[in-house]
Design a protein around this ligand. Structure first.
Ligand code: ATR
Length: 273
């Protein structure tokens, strides 16, 4: 890093556990450098039992910009002084900003998902299918509904899909086997299937050739699902773009600057090489 760290340098961080292979520091530091912002971004490995203490420490240290990653996104709500309506509805906070001594929580995961999709398609009036019913699915469903899509949630455990759909007001729910039987202009995988393995949560034949397919899994960049979708003639978007766009929105919240998307995407790639 060629930047100089001085007395005025702001500290931004992500808290997660285990620290593992987060690419957020690479993306944010590259953006700070490109924009000439005097800040550094570091990762802190915080065990679940220490989350409250970590937040209190961030407040005491005046760390104004704090990202929250797995497994803390739900638990952190209890440690914020204020949580906006979006994060409350999704049930997860991934972005905390210190404002006048108050920790304010919001969520940029949903906007990451919709902006990644909007690289390839409009969402209003489209039929979207979300695979999975965990935290990433909540953010995706919220974002798709915000943008005016019709949303169906399909999950290995259909009961979880039904609960998520009912809570967020989605249009339907079912099992993974239902893909192919429901209309699907936009398909998002939020299950962990395909993560560092050559597997897909759904058979290739169930993917509509006219669909736009986004995989939350970013490692490998070309998952089995995306390869199958491309073979079927569908358009594909790698999970990298979900992460880049959610980080770009964090940067906008924290600095009021437009994010250099390509710089952040390049840093993301290099961090995984
Ligand atoms: P996150 O909060 O990161 O989205 P999560 O809450 O652990 O993660 O959810 C993981 C999702 O991947 C769930 O929808 C899970 O399905 P179940 O609700 O049936 O557990 C899905 N998932 C994980 N392994 C799977 C597999 N082998 N096949 C199909 N779905 C799987």
């Amino acid at each position: 890093m060629s930047r100089t760290i001085g007395p005025g340098t702001a500290l931004c961080c992500v808290v997660l556990h285990p620290a593992g292979h987060t690419r957020s520091p690479a993306m944010h530091n590259a953006a700070f450098e490109a924009l000439g912002i005097d800040a550094v971004y570091v990762a802190f490995d915080v065990a679940p039992a220490a989350l409250g203490t970590a937040l209190a420490g961030a407040r005491a240290l005046g760390i104004r910009q704090l990202a929250v990653s797995i497994p803390h996104k739900e638990a952190v709500l209890a440690h914020c002084d204020e949580v906006d309506a979006t994060a409350r509805r999704i049930g997860a906070v991934n972005t905390v900003t210190l404002r006048d001594g108050r920790l304010v929580g919001t969520n940029t995961d949903w906007i990451g998902a919709v902006r990644a999709l909007e690289r390839a398609t409009e969402l209003r009036g489209r039929d979207a299918v979300v695979l999975g019913a965990g935290g990433a699915a909540c953010a995706a469903v919220y974002g798709l509904l915000e943008r005016g899509a019709r949303v169906r949630v399909l999950n290995r455990t259909p009961g979880r899909a039904e609960a998520l759909a009912a809570r967020l007001g989605a249009d339907g729910a079912g099992s993974l086997d239902d893909l192919g039987r429901v209309p699907c202009d936009v398909l998002i995988n939020t299950t962990s299937v395909g993560l560092r393995e050559d597997c897909s949560p759904v058979p290739a034949a169930a993917i509509a050739s006219s669909a736009v397919v986004l995989d939350a899994v970013y490692d490998p960049p070309q998952t089995r699902l995306l390869r199958d979708a491309a073979t079927r003639g569908a358009r594909t978007i790698g999970g990298k773009w979900w992460l880049v766009h959610q980080a770009a929105e964090q940067l906008r919240i924290w600095t009021a600057r437009e994010a250099p998307l390509d710089v952040m995407a390049g840093a993301f790639d290099r961090a995984g090489a």
